[in-house]
Design a protein around this ligand. Sequence first.
Ligand code: ZN
Length: 471
Amino acid sequence: MGRISMFLAVSVIATVCEAIPAQAATDAEGLQRFREIYKELVETNTTLSAGDCTLAAQRMAARLKTAGYPDADLQVFVPEGHPKEGGLLAVLHGADPKAKAILMLAHIDVVEAKREDWARDPFRLIEEDGYFYGRGTSDMKAQAAIWVDNLIRYREERYHPRRTIKMALTCGEETNSALNGAGWLTKNARDAIDAELALTEGVDGDLDAQGHRIALEILAAEKTSQNFVLEATNPGGHSSRPVPDNAIYHLVRAVDRVSHFEFPVELDDANRAYFTGMSKIVAGEAGAAMTAVAKNPHDAASVAILDKDQNWHAMLRTTCVATMLAAGHATNALPQRATANINCRIFPGDARDAVLAQLITIIDDPKVSVSIPEIRGPIATPAPLTRQIMEPIEKVAHELWPGIPVVPALEPGASDAQFLNPAGIPTYGVTGIFTDPDGGHIHGLNERVRVQSVYEGRTFLYRLVKLYADQ
Ligand SMILES: [Zn+2]
């Protein structure tokens, strides 16, 4: 931890001298306490524009201090030049110094939310009709609160795990241009977060429209987001004397070619396991297509059936899509420049340069250049789905939800696993929180999550971390 460049003093609200509270909370008191942690996190605005992750981290540190954690095991870290983008590292020491730690990872920043657009105040935890409403209720302050609550419960019950249990709460996951706290830790405090494996967000349990559980997903592989810029330039001229060689026409033809291209289907452990597992749940034509594609990715008829679902389509391959256009400088002038942004989601393990070469081949026009504007990090590599990983998840899932299958997934989006996996910390997305088919409006308006799902996730993650910590 000595490598962390700057620590802020942990603010302490309670004057607690005793290391361990005299008595463990009852179940009801424990749940109430968890709710207060969750409420405090949701009601601490952590948007990039107006929020303060450092304050949220300090508040969680204060709760752990009250629970008996010594200052030495609580570090509020603040990257230099980013006073409001801090985070928290906390440690519960294990008995076996040779065993590697388990890391509970959560981002505590949230996507922007405008009060005037929301039906309820986004920065109040509101319980209504069986749901918690508020920005971050689902993504991902429920899990962050569960991690803090786990540490408090473990300490209170004098649990001595074999492995050390670490927690990292970080900022900057939700905004591409922000400093990413998890990435910062891999560079500036790699030892402090070193672990056998890390657990974080990524995918949830799936509910159907009636609220019945379908499957518990776990995430072991993510795609990598990469922008490519297409650009056509031209000397231009007066629009009263047009010529065929026009920057906009070149660009539009290039974008059109990209729109018609499909990258080939690829299978890895994650999407093969997903389609194999889901084929037993999804009935009819789609289920049969899943079985067929998991065996033979060249089965075009079956691929076409799965491609009708935008999520399955994205899970099968690299995708590229036009997201922004800019062209011309005057309404009465021939355009001198036309550019398009193509956002690709690269299949785990595929090379960025191979996608670039493929785009150049598809576009097939020397007048249109294709370039990579910025590289945010390495290409995501999947974390291995071993029995050591799967068995504890399957065990606790079976205890809580007998008969509900555990299904690995490949996530078309990206989480902080994109920073930890390349740093040598295998990172898995598992929440035990079951969400509605609408995804709980994460990143959108009126974000929400079922109350019962959050409470079940709390039980699931409490037990799961113990199983890993005693492995
Ligand atoms: Zn998130």
